[in-house]
Design a protein. Structure first.
Length: 141
């Protein structure tokens, strides 16, 4: 998104977050500086998009308990909102990300080339059970 659209979307999200904090009494779980924490913004954006699809979509909700599922998702996300450093109401910048080691990209590509996890032939997760069944051995209960 270009900056003007990004600002408009953040304003829209902020209005919804104010509603969310009030409606679900999240004042103690969701710091007032939520918008300064990218991970929290991502979680709230996902919740907002889900809320729109559940409550404001032109199509009916995906299932008979879509609203309850959305509320369960909200409660599952709530611990992600906790910002211990900002719990007092005073914002503290998150720590800077730790840069990867200089050879991290080369090590990753080497891993992809030689690791059994990425080079071994595909196998069925229940191959042993399938083998027992085709051999006529009794299956486990």
């Amino acid at each position: 998104m270009e900056p003007p659209e990004r600002r408009a979307r953040m304003r829209e999200l902020a209005v919804w977050v104010d509603w969310l904090r009030t409606t679900f009494e999240l004042h103690n779980q969701l710091a007032p500086c939520w918008y300064r924490h990218p991970a929290v913004v991502e979680h709230l954006t996902a919740l907002y998009a889900g809320w729109l699809r559940t409550y404001a979509a032109e199509q009916p909700p995906a299932g008979p308990l879509a609203e309850a599922d959305w509320i369960n998702t909200l409660h599952a996300f709530t611990p992600r909102f906790h910002l211990a450093a900002c719990a007092t109401g005073r914002h503290q910048e998150p720590p800077p990300p730790v840069p990867p080691p200089p050879d991290a990209a080369d090590a990753f590509h080497l891993y992809l080339s030689v690791s059994d996890a990425t080079t071994a032939p595909a196998t069925h997760p229940a191959a042993a059970e399938l083998e027992r069944r085709t051999a006529g051995f009794p299956t486990s209960a």
